[in-house]
Design a protein around this ligand. Structure first.
Ligand SMILES: C[S@@+](CC[C@H](N)C(=O)[O-])C[C@H]1O[C@@H](n2cnc3c(N)ncnc32)[C@H](O)[C@@H]1O
Length: 340
């Protein structure tokens, strides 16, 4: 095999030169033999302190992790390989795929390949539609593996049990949940409106000095998972969950909160009036919305106007892009301080 042979003393310089000229054959490992270094090269080249030799030995091939493309190279056309979905979401042991229409005839093959590739995945499903309805749930279709829709997801030191079809959950919001938890520096009383299977309450209770976290969820299945998750994580002393509509439940809770989280991005601002009834001067509200980049400032102003109409004064502390809803639409969190 064609190689560049040099001694140990010059090896680093020769390597840098070959890399810069993109001459190293990256499919093979470099060999050290009898005090010489051999670089596998793509073509002959003149370099000082280096001999170009055709070695008698073969260079060892580099081990590289297989990709879906590798596993399917004989079953997909070139055009199909190019549109294999790159972004996937893993919830517990379930992998969720978005399959482009053109790949649907090959979706089972793709799902089987994912099962082979990811040892921690037991089920591969396809997202059958977007989140809809007041519970923000969505249908999925099982493509390969165990026919299970319930799983336990691990994130930020907590276990979250849920059925991916019966309750809303996004693994992609893990970082955002921790961002909120890390803002809590004292034994705050926290309210999570729209708590689902309780990911925010769990992450906050586990990762912050919050004294107590209340959650309200009107999807009965989501609420039941929330209760199970409190036990699963042994957080009975720090989380209290209520089942029902926030408008019905909140008036019966006779206290205000230091922090109120409102993770209902499509219509969250419509609940600011009820949130303000449970806020005091200094309360921080985290309000989520789906917005394009150039809508964020207008939305912040709109929220200020709503507060004014409700005779409250607020300060927008931060506008955080914390997720992507579609190519141009972000999940945005406004961190808001109640000043009056
Ligand atoms: C986008 S999901 C967020 C769930 C959870 N906080 C999470 O991040 O995984 C919104 C949740 O709010 C619940 N919800 C919607 N309107 C509600 C209301 N008026 N009162 C209580 N829960 C509500 C839905 O059932 C859904 O579970």
């Amino acid at each position: 095999m064609l190689s560049a042979q040099t001694d140990l003393k010059n090896a680093q310089k020769v390597k840098e030169f070959l890399l810069k000229k993109n001459l190293i054959d990256q499919d093979y490992n470099i060999v050290k033999e009898m005090g010489f270094i051999y670089f596998p090269i793509k073509k002959k080249v003149k370099i000082t302190h280096t001999k170009i030799v055709d070695t008698k030995f073969s260079f060892p091939k580099k081990q590289r992790d297989s990709t879906i493309g590798d596993l399917l190279k004989n079953q997909l056309t070139k055009a199909e390989s190019k549109i294999i979905p790159k972004s996937q979401e893993v919830i517990g042991t379930i992998l969720l795929l978005e399959i482009p229409e053109k790949l649907q005839p090959k979706e089972k093959l793709i799902a089987e390949a994912h099962l082979k590739l990811h040892k921690n995945i037991q089920t591969v499903v396809k997202k059958a539609d977007a989140h809809t309805g007041e519970f923000r749930t969505r249908k999925v279709q099982i493509l390969a593996g165990k026919p299970a829709k319930e799983t336990i997801h691990l994130e930020n030191k907590v276990k979250i049990k849920l059925n991916i079809e019966q309750v809303y959950f996004s693994a992609r919001s893990a970082h955002e949940r921790l961002r909120i938890a890390q803002q809590i520096k004292t034994p705050e009383q926290v309210l999570v409106m729209f708590s689902g299977a309780a990911p925010y309450p769990l992450v906050i209770a586990k990762n912050s000095p919050a004294k107590i976290v209340y959650g309200i969820e009107m999807n009965p299945i989501g609420h039941t998972y929330g209760l199970q998750n409190i036990t699963l994580n042994n957080l009975q002393n720090k989380i209290k969950l209520y089942e029902g509509d926030v408008r019905t439940i909140l008036p019966s809770i006779k206290q205000t909160f230091d922090r109120i989280i409102m993770p209902l991005p499509k219509t969250g601002e419509q609940f600011l009036d009820i949130a303000f009834t449970k806020a005091h001067k200094g309360t921080i509200i985290h309000l989520y919305a789906f917005l394009e980049d150039d809508q964020i400032n207008n939305y912040a102003q709109y929220v200020k106007n709503i507060a004014n109409q409700l005779t409250h004064k607020i300060k927008i502390l931060r506008k955080i892009k914390c997720g992507q809803f579609s190519p141009s639409v972000f999940r945005v969190c406004l961190d808001i301080k109640v000043e009056k």
